[in-house]
Design a protein around this ligand. Structure first.
Ligand SMILES: Cc1ncc(COP(=O)(O)O)c(C=O)c1O
Length: 390
């Protein structure tokens, strides 16, 4: 970090001339893919049954493109399920947990949510390992005879699991990865992930409402050999008479999906192919995070929330203020900065998550253009000059 000179400070108070073409930096729903417009969506299926030949074909198309782009092996099933990422995580937890001991790992609000599910709702007395905002737990200490639930990318604290090397090939338990802000932006080791979940409104800039559940063979084996002690609502049920309902993984959804959201997701997947598939998406996200990193580096009042670069997210980049002001004053400054930037159409939705320490959170996923990230430096200075605690 370098100190701002007096000349820089004067410049900082002037309104910058250049604005992002698309000031959409929300961490979910995230920016639509470049070039998206509603007129470009296929609409033939709208008004038709999702169980018609066409409806099923479009759902299968979304599944097939997901598999192709993410490189999900044929050993793993991909299903479209209700209630977004939360629905996918909870249907897996409710359907599979309780057979063996459970460890839940949490490093931010959403991981905490899964801890609450396991402790207070399912009451399965898990081992709970938590890290503060900006950190993760010691993964080497995780007992892999347990089922392990964790968040691959902590959206509200800007941390990510660096890789899957800590997951043993001969683990006895199942791994459950909430990967909603990681898929399409990071390499995921499918052979080490028994259950993976995400929703469409993150890296792909799709719409909320639907979850994707990816099951490895060991998860299917659990489903077919174990019945939990608690009741399962219809939208969580993946087996019938002890057998997996295979149709769920072929586009025969449990209940009615939004076919408009499905078409929107297919548009995003086709865009992803046009930018080079997974490698292209990762490269775009990394370029965005690198550009934002340069902006942070140049400012003495801004720093990354996660101190360790090895666990810093390249999607939900979380920044903290470097100031002696107390937490309330920082929260007020962030609120003011976010409002000023939104009013100028310079940056939307960049205040940190409500439960996280006060700070900025700027989405760097693939649908954001690097040129738009690069406009942010002078705008952040401009807003900070007006909002910083006295
Ligand atoms: C890590 C993580 N898990 C779960 C969720 C909840 O996702 P959804 O709203 O798709 O259920 C979010 C949303 O931001 C998230 O970031």
């Amino acid at each position: 970090m370098t100190d701002l000179t007096a000349a820089d400070a004067t410049t900082a108070s002037a309104k910058p001339a250049t604005k992002a073409a698309r000031p959409h930096f929300s961490s979910g729903p995230c920016a639509k893919p470049p070039g998206w417009s509603p007129e470009k969506l296929a609409t033939e299926v709208l008004g038709r049954s999702h169980r018609s030949k066409l409806g099923k074909a479009r759902l299968q198309c979304a599944i097939d493109l997901t598999r192709e782009i993410l490189g999900v092996p044929d050993t793993h099933r991909i299903g479209i399920v209700p209630a977004s990422d939360t629905g996918a995580v909870e249907m897996a937890m409710w359907s599979m947990l309780g057979q063996r001991p459970v460890t839940t790992l949490a490093w931010e609000s959403f991981g905490e949510g899964w801890v609450t599910d396991a402790v207070k709702q399912l009451k399965i007395e898990p081992i709970v390992k938590k890290a503060g905002y900006g950190e993760i737990v010691d993964l080497a200490e995780v007992d892999q005879s347990h089922d392990v639930i964790f968040t691959w990318n902590g959206t509200t604290s800007g941390v990510r699991v660096p890789n899957g090397d800590w997951i043993r090939d001969d683990r006895e338990g199942l791994t459950f990865a909430d990967a909603t802000s990681a898929v399409f932006a990071m390499e995921l080791p499918w052979d080490k992930l028994d259950v993976t979940t995400f929703s469409w409104q993150k890296v792909m800039g799709g719409e909320g409402g639907h979850g994707v559940l990816i099951l490895g063979p060991r998860a299917v084996e659990r489903l077919e050999s174990y019945t939990p002690a608690w009741p399962l609502p219809k939208i969580f049920r993946m087996t019938k008479s002890g057998k997996l309902i295979e149709g769920i993984f072929k586009g025969e959804t449990i209940n009615t999906p939004s076919m408009l959201a499905v078409e929107d997701y297919i548009f995003a997947l086709e865009w992803a192919k046009s930018v080079g598939g997974l490698n292209g998406l990762i490269a775009r996200s990394t370029a965005n995070a690198t550009a934002l990193g340069r902006i942070v580096e140049e400012r003495d009042w801004l720093d990354h929330l996660p101190a360790d670069p090895a666990i810093r997210s390249n999607t939900s980049v979380c920044l903290k203020l470097v100031t002696d002001a107390d937490s309330d004053a920082q929260a007020a400054a962030i609120k003011k900065m976010a409002a000023l930037l939104e009013a100028e159409d310079a940056a939307y939705d960049i205040a940190g998550y409500r439960d996280a320490p006060p700070g900025l959170r700027i989405w760097c996923g693939a649908t954001v253009d690097t040129a738009d990230i690069e406009t942010l430096g002078p705008w952040l200075d401009w807003a900070w000059e007006q909002a910083k605690p006295a």
